[in-house]
Design a protein around this ligand. Structure first.
Ligand code: PRP
Length: 206
């Protein structure tokens, strides 16, 4: 399973600010959006382009245009919404598919409560957004429903990932590409990423 840790200096700097205990909602939101933009830049690096002819100021010329499958972003509610605007700044034409899931804090199993996928999603490349990949349960449930809808090209963008979740993803969906700003140390007994960000949903929504 291809995992890319986006360790650009700007990403590492902003991630460091995100980890600060007591960070304000305003700062967390802004930084999550900024890191999401940088992850998108990296995650779209392998998109194919094609030549098209245009009329430039000095006459006809050929320029590049993104080719192939169009993208749908898939923010996982709630916390994934904190990355969505940053990603859409970079891919303004992307459709949005919304998946609502929360993690039962006792069993750590994902609970699905809302799904609204973009039309003809099987023809699109899906870009899942979630600040945290912890046990991987939420991500795997989301990939399962995207694959059931016919999606074959799936990637995930995360601010912080846990090795446990990545290992589980490797076993269950080795075809899914992951772009993360960091792979942290471990999960604690409550399933929280250490050192992690704390509860990203609460930090974004209050
Ligand atoms: C968090 C996070 C992921 C999930 C990760 O969401 O945003 O969706 O937990 O955990 P997992 O990898 O162990 O499944 P949370 O359940 O806190 O919901 P929220 O975004 O609505 O706050």
């Amino acid at each position: 399973m291809p995992v890319t840790v986006v360790d650009h200096p700007l990403v590492r700097h902003k991630l460091g600010l995100l980890r600060e205990n007591g960070i304000s909602t305003k700062d967390f939101r802004e930084l999550a959006g900024e890191v999401a933009r940088l992850l998108t830049y990296e995650a779209t690096k392998s998109l194919k382009t094609e030549k098209i002819s245009i009329n430039g100021w000095a006459g006809p010329l050929e320029v590049d245009r993104i080719a192939g499958k169009k993208i749908t972003v898939v923010p996982i509610l709630r916390a994934g919404l904190g990355m969505m605007d940053g990603v859409l700044d970079m891919i303004p034409g992307a459709k949005v598919s919304v998946v609502g899931m929360y993690r039962n804090e006792e069993t750590l199993e994902p609970v699905r409560y809302y799904v609204k996928l973009a039309k003809k999603i099987h023809k699109r490349r899906a870009m899942i957004l979630d600040p945290m990949l912890a046990t991987g349960g939420t991500l795997i449930a989301t990939i399962n429903l995207l694959k059931e809808a016919g999606c074959r090209h799936i990637m995930g963008l995360f601010l912080v990932s846990a090795p446990e979740g990545l290992a589980r993803l490797e076993r269950e969906h080795p075809d899914v590409m992951v772009y993360t700003a960091a792979i942290d140390d471990h999960l604690n007994e409550n399933g929280y990423i250490i050192p992690g960000l704390g509860d990203a949903g609460d930090k974004i929504f209050g």
